[in-house]
Design a protein around this ligand. Sequence first.
Ligand code: UDX
Length: 429
Amino acid sequence: MTNVAVIGTGYVGLVTGVVLSEIGHTVTCIDIDDCKVNKLKAGKSPIYEPGLDELMVKNIEANRLTFTTNHVDAFLHAEIVFIAVGTPQSESGAADLTYIKQAAKDIALHIVNDTIVVVKSTVPVGTNDLVQSIIEENIVANVKVEVVSNPEFLREGHAIHDTFHGDRIVIGAETEKSGSIIEQLFKPLSLPIVRTNRKSAEMIKYAANAFLAVKISYINEIANLCEAVGANVADVADGMGMDHRVGRAFLNAGLGYGGSCFPKDTEAIAYLAKENDAPLTIVEKAIQVNTKQRQLFLEKVMQHFNDNVVGRKIAILGLSFKPNTDDLREAPSLYLIEQLKNRGAEITVYDPIVREATTIGVTSTEFIQQCVDSTEAILLVTEWDEFKTVDWSEISQLVHSKVLFDGRNFLSNHKEIQTNWQYYGIGQV
Ligand code: UDX
């Protein structure tokens, strides 16, 4: 079993550390944030992710998983160091590599063994080469370092499941030896391995995410066309998806994609493409369609209220960008809340997990019943299971008007809703 260090205890870093310890490796996770590290040491995950806390506690107790703020301690026995720091979007759309460069410098200054450095963060093509050269330029000890690219394909809310049942592990290495060492590290997961060079591995991640984003924008435009001509997008997606070349996944029309990955990664690959004079027009358009999709939904709501929502009570169900996460990044709910508040509507919100969205100045109600009380319309923005199982006939008694805008087509087959409510879905008549 191998001694591993992981730099960054954000979403990707923490899940990687926990899973590597679960399959038997000895893992030290490093973060600069004292407070966070103390929480982690106590077995408390700073993010909401089903199953993560249990695995953390189990491996902390088995002494396979530790947390520290000290690079020297963490690198003392490390044979493999993962970089899993953030790569936020900069003003231009390009990925901001400040934290990656800092991690590379920290490695160069503090490692004491021959080390394989694995870049897990999503980075533009060529960044692994950059990390290699930063380390070589700054290295203190007389040791060898090789950088390997190993992009992450986890979905939030399914991270543990995805790690153990992923479709593939991509390993981009410049030498056979370093690639094989990383392959060995992941062997207990028994997943298909794709071996490439570093640049191809970096590209696979962006190209895959951008493709999925294109798929979503495509079905959203088809949905708008369905609405115009009287077809039903869910049936169309089912029919299309049965062709195995198309596939049914990521053909759910709705409010468009949000989250920490698709919006950022599509911008980053589009920027990279432009810079290299090989524009990705199709991705640029997918980004535009995604923005427009939220606006169209808002327009639908405005039309219902004859373009005036001043003093109208509107309930928003779901704040997170998708179910089973507390992540609000690029969530369509934020846009809708802001726009409707600006137009004078009285907004109440409910999310099963996100209780406070202080950045947008709203506090989520504790129960769905409080949220919908006396409202003139409900906007279902995130498809949490609870919104299907809740007693809609009880809700019918509480609202002022039975009007539902379903941004995820989540209740398009719900008997009570379809019989007694004025229902606005997406891409259906
Ligand atoms: C995604 C990728 O799936 C993952 O491989 C990558 O590592 C990180 O980005 P994530 O952002 O967690 O994961 O969420 P995902 O479940 O893929 O959904 C992304 C967005 O697309 C969500 O906003 C979701 O609501 C939206 N979506 C997804 C649709 O609108 N329609 C669909 O059919 C599928």
